[in-house]
Ligand binder design. Structure first.
Ligand code: ZN
Length: 437
């Protein structure tokens, strides 16, 4: 056993020495070529380790530090296991993205460090198998170096180091347009909204209706964060599971969640999920946060080109930013999600959405304080499925201490879920009556 382990460790040491040698010889190979070689050798090291007869736990990022030096900002990730990574920049707004093998994050990393050229930082699961860090940068920047330092001396961690330097807009665009800038993680098959044909109504009218619940945000996009540090992505997932339980308990519906773990989903993927599943109803669940901590109450939103009021418009713009927050390169995609132009086919669906929204308001009003003008309209991208009645529920305000307490309380969540389940029942009962010959 020890002999086998020893052999593997020798291999690992040789490869690490090779990486070190590459790093120690600036100018010997152009930086991009060198990074490529390092990436290749990291894959090899990863491969060797995965064959080693030692079963390693999934890698964890144990610490993140931002160091400000003359002319550069250095971001260091301590990781207890070797990972492969890739880094690139994105414009509008200026961002640096670091994709790596799926990792977990130490619970002590709740407040991400910032400093120098790093204005803000987010991290989380981008898709199964790939984690992502997004840095919002102060103006156009360039990644001058990105490398891994293997454990040495006192440190048992692998240190992933990313150096960022200021650049000008033109140089930024040049590096952004490099042909190989695309991340592996973002090159998953595109699911456009266009090719899915409009749905023909279910051939079996007796079949159980399918409700798709969409817990907002997730993974690298945390959503709103309360003052005490509660994240919207966690609250809405807990609530969505509660709502699923309530709906299933009626015995009348099938239920699916767009996500059932802490992972990011693009807005268009949420819609595509519902359309592929042939959902009869789509409920996106959120919990907002605003500057005024006195505002509280539940509100329900449906799609419209023009917002019903200023706040609803601002909320839609905020929720539509999810893809930008998660470091999705919008230049790779057509604008069909963000573009809220509504065609005729969508009008009937919108009427249905509004009818369901009113039922929700009636039922939720029996259990909980509502925001004034509870049913509002705005251009929410996630509500754009042309053939599925869709609503977005803001359960409450994480910025309000009372709302936050209610949302954190499982009993209160259960009450709200029961009210929403009743609204779903009534909505489909009405449809049944209308469809009777
Ligand atoms: Zn939200």
């Amino acid at each position: 056993m020890f002999r086998v382990l020893n052999r593997y460790m020798c291999k690992v040491t040789r490869i690490i020495a090779f990486v070190r040698c590459l790093l120690a010889a600036p100018g010997a190979v152009p930086v991009r070529g060198r990074l490529l070689q390092i990436a290749v050798s990291l894959v090899i090291v990863g491969g060797v380790l995965s064959w080693a007869p030692v079963i390693a736990a999934s890698p964890q990022v144990t610490d993140i530090r931002v160091g400000v030096y003359p002319g550069k900002t250095r971001v260091v990730f301590d990781i207890n296991h070797l990972v492969t990574f890739k880094s690139f920049v994105l414009p509008r707004p200026y961002r640096v993205v670091i994709d790596m093998t799926e990792v977990t994050w130490s619970p002590k990393l709740r407040n991400s460090p910032t400093g120098g050229l790093v204005k803000a930082m987010r991290f989380g699961l981008f898709r199964p198998g790939a984690s992502r860090v997004v840095l919002d940068s102060e103006g156009p920047v360039k990644i001058s170096k990105a490398f891994v330092i293997p454990p040495s001396g006192q440190s048992r961690s692998h240190r992933l180091v990313v150096d960022i330097v200021k650049t000008n807009r033109q140089a930024f665009l040049m590096s952004y347009r490099r042909p190989n800038r695309k991340s592996v993680a973002t090159s998953a098959p595109r699911q456009s909204l266009v090719p899915v044909p409009l749905r023909v109504k279910s051939a079996r009218p007796d079949a159980k209706r399918l409700v798709v619940i969409d817990p907002g945000h997730g993974g690298v996009d945390p959503g709103a964060i309360s003052r005490s540090g509660v994240w919207e992505k966690h609250i809405v997932l807990a609530f969505s599971r509660e709502l699923r339980r309530a709906l299933l308990a009626t015995g009348k519906f099938r239920v699916r969640l767009t996500r059932n773990r802490d992972v990011f989903l693009r807005l268009r993927d949420r819609i595509a999920f519902a359309r592929r599943a042939e959902a009869d109803l789509f409920i996106s669940v959120h919990a907002d946060s605003i500057g005024n901590s006195k505002v509280r109450g539940t509100s329900v939103y449906t799609l419209s080109e023009r917002a019903s009021d200023k706040e609803a418009g601002a909320l839609a713009r905020k929720e539509n930013k999810s893809d930008v927050i998660a470091g999705v390169d919008l230049d790779d995609q057509s604008n069909d999600v963000i573009n809220i132009l509504i065609d005729l086919a969508q009008r009937e669906t919108m009427n249905e959405s509004a009818i369901f929204a009113r039922k929700l308001v009636d039922e939720l009003g029996k259990t909980r304080k509502l925001l004034r003008n509870t049913h509002r309209f705005a251009g929410f991208a996630v509500l754009k499925a042309p053939d599925i009645p869709s609503v977005l529920v803001e359960l409450g305000y994480l910025s309000n201490p009372t709302d936050e307490l209610l949302l954190r309380n499982p009993r209160q969540r259960k009450r709200m879920a029961a009210a929403m389940s009743t609204a779903v029942e009534q909505y489909f009962k009405r449809q049944q009556v209308l469809n009777k010959p």
